[in-house]
Design a protein around this ligand. Structure first.
Ligand code: DX5
Ligand code: ZN
Length: 225
């Protein structure tokens, strides 16, 4: 594991050979498998659920991969899926606070099932949802695109929001990851890190390249510079 975690979003993977493609991207030096769950209700797209997570986890385990699975729930309601993803091998489970009627309860539920818990903020969602739940968070995920699709452009205003979230985390003294999701590329990852992120979701930037290792190395070089 690195201090900066690179989390390939499997939304851009080859679903016809998902296990092999995820193994390849882990072999290329990435750290965390970012698993995007969309329900065609909270977001206008439909992806994959707990059965695929369970199958992928089994495949990774049986091939010697121990990378955490980071389940990003873009669904409403959220609670009914949390137990299923915990049972399917999720390490992190994050959800959008507007999608849960009881944010505190959903966060507690995630941790009670042995997973790491996080809140996800859309570009226009204010950070005040953090006010009373910082002690129940393992990760804060800021969306730098509107959720629903891979391959969109990074929204620049997210950098300021990252700085605010970083300040909240540092002020809290808690061990909370700051994750960024959407439009992360080799040419912007450095300034995103400088704004405070330490966990980087990248889908199209990695999977749309023929040589995963080359992209991941370029990202690491940017993060080290
Ligand atoms: C968007 C998803 C992202 C997305 C990232 O709703 O949450 O994880 O797939 O894709 P890129 O890196 O292509 O913006
Ligand atoms: Zn995501």
């Amino acid at each position: 594991m690195h201090d900066f975690l690179i989390a390939p979003s499997i939304l851009s993977a080859d679903f016809a050979r998902l296990g092999d493609d995820v193994a390849a991207v882990l072999d290329a030096g990435t750290d965390v498998v970012h698993f995007d769950v969309m329900d065609n209700h909270y977001v206008p797209n439909l992806t994959i659920g707990p059965m695929v997570c369970k199958a992928l986890k089994k495949y990774l385990d049986s091939n010697g991969y121990s990378a955490p699975i980071d389940v990003h729930l873009m669904v409403s309601p959220v609670d009914s899926l949390i137990a299923d993803f915990a049972a399917a091998g999720a390490t992190y489970i994050t959800f959008h606070p507007e999608a849960s009627d009881h944010v505190d309860r959903s966060l507690q539920l995630i941790r009670s099932l042995g997973c790491k818990a996080g809140l996800v903020f859309n570009p226009a969602t204010p950070l005040h949802y953090l006010d009373y739940v910082m002690d129940k968070l393992d990760v804060i995920l800021l969306m730098s695109v509107n959720p629903g699709f891979g391959g969109q452009s990074f929204i620049p205003g997210t950098l300021d929001k990252l700085r605010q979230a970083r300040q909240c985390i540092d002020d809290s003294g808690l061990d909370i990851r700051l994750e960024i999701d959407g439009g992360v590329k080799v040419d912007n990852i450095r300034e995103i890190a400088a704004a405070g992120a330490d966990m980087f979701v990248a889908g199209s930037a990695i999977f749309n390249q023929p040589d995963y290792q080359a992209v991941v190395e370029q990202m690491r070089e940017q993060l080290a510079s």
